[in-house]
Design a binder for this molecule. Sequence first.
Ligand SMILES: *[C@@H]1O[C@H](CO)[C@@H](O)[C@H](O)[C@H]1NC(C)=O
Ligand SMILES: *[C@@H]1O[C@H](CO)[C@@H](O)[C@H](O)[C@H]1NC(C)=O
Ligand SMILES: *[C@@H]1O[C@H](CO)[C@@H](O)[C@H](O)[C@H]1NC(C)=O
Ligand SMILES: *[C@@H]1O[C@H](CO)[C@@H](O)[C@H](O)[C@H]1NC(C)=O
Ligand SMILES: *[C@@H]1O[C@H](CO)[C@@H](O)[C@H](O)[C@H]1NC(C)=O
Length: 299
Amino acid sequence: MVPLPYRSIILLVLLLSCAYAGTVPQDGRCSSDNDHQDPATHRLLTECMDKAFCSAPVNGTCVSKQCARDEYPFGYTQGEIVPPLCPRGTFCPDEGSGCKALVAIGQSCQLDRDEQCAPPPNWSYLASGLNFNGSLCLKGKCRYANITLGQACQIENTTYLDLDLTGEPIKTTVIRDNCRTPELFCDTATMLCEHTKVTGGTCQTDGECKTHNCGENGYCIDQPETPLNVAPWQYVILVLCIVAGGFGDRKFTLKFDHPIVATITTCIALNFVHKRDHKQRRREVQDYYNEQTRSVFYC
Ligand SMILES: *[C@@H]1O[C@H](CO)[C@@H](O)[C@H](O)[C@H]1NC(C)=O
Ligand SMILES: *[C@@H]1O[C@H](CO)[C@@H](O)[C@H](O)[C@H]1NC(C)=O
Ligand SMILES: *[C@@H]1O[C@H](CO)[C@@H](O)[C@H](O)[C@H]1NC(C)=O
Ligand SMILES: *[C@@H]1O[C@H](CO)[C@@H](O)[C@H](O)[C@H]1NC(C)=O
Ligand SMILES: *[C@@H]1O[C@H](CO)[C@@H](O)[C@H](O)[C@H]1NC(C)=O
């Protein structure tokens, strides 16, 4: 919980930054020199309304967006035709000014847009779930995630501030680096690439863990979706126990507390629970979609 006075300040900052979100309609006058990031959410803001971008630094006009970054771009109502996605080997910049060719190493890219960077020659060797084809956009420049053990690395530390449904600010800090992943991470104390820690090692940030998941108590833990592997011998013993329990009972009558009946009932019940969770997840995705397609400002 953030103390109340700070809450109001954060709220005010968020509201102010929203108030400055683009208001110039299509064909209106604008300057792309005023494109900037929302300090709280890091969303790109221009003088134009959501469905347009500003064409030039001087005497620009708000032109409708030429491309979209995903299938549900912000600001379009349901059923409205959205700009096309960009073909492979190109990307749609945050302002939506049209598909651009991938950016070479060392050139400018936009925050959290690794997919704007061209892959390194030996991309398959460097690619991991923490970069795009071995490249990443770090501190505004395309870089390869190729720094090896004990070599100097770079860190990007971004704090995102947003409000949850109750108006409570949520702060998320994302730390990224250009060490080879997932074997290495950039140690913030030495600024050198070090080995990531195995499950159970102490950590402060997700990046320090090989599983990229630092638990709340400061130890590396498995990813939540890691499947629990049950060894075949464990299955065999389980089945044997159930069967022995069931048929060991000489007077085999079908009662609810009978082990076999109980097992089948449990399986059916678990199946129902799983289906309900699945439905809930679908509803969340649907809500996300609806929020993206609503044209009103969400703030
Ligand atoms: C911008 O517009 C003004 C007024 O229409 C004009 O005088 C000026 O030359 C324009 N500047 C550029 C760089 O086009
Ligand atoms: C990664 O880059 C290679 C070489 O440019 C390309 O063939 C491949 O499709 C890329 N993979 C992805 C997931 O974009
Ligand atoms: C790819 O890059 C890594 C380090 O950046 C290097 O050790 C490796 O030999 C390279 N592999 C190829 C096939 O070039
Ligand atoms: C990483 O890639 C850059 C660009 O190709 C290269 O200059 C640098 O030497 C590479 N670093 C390592 C450690 O391979
Ligand atoms: C990242 O930035 C936040 C806020 O500026 C700071 O509190 C934190 O210590 C930084 N973390 C690292 C690893 O630099």
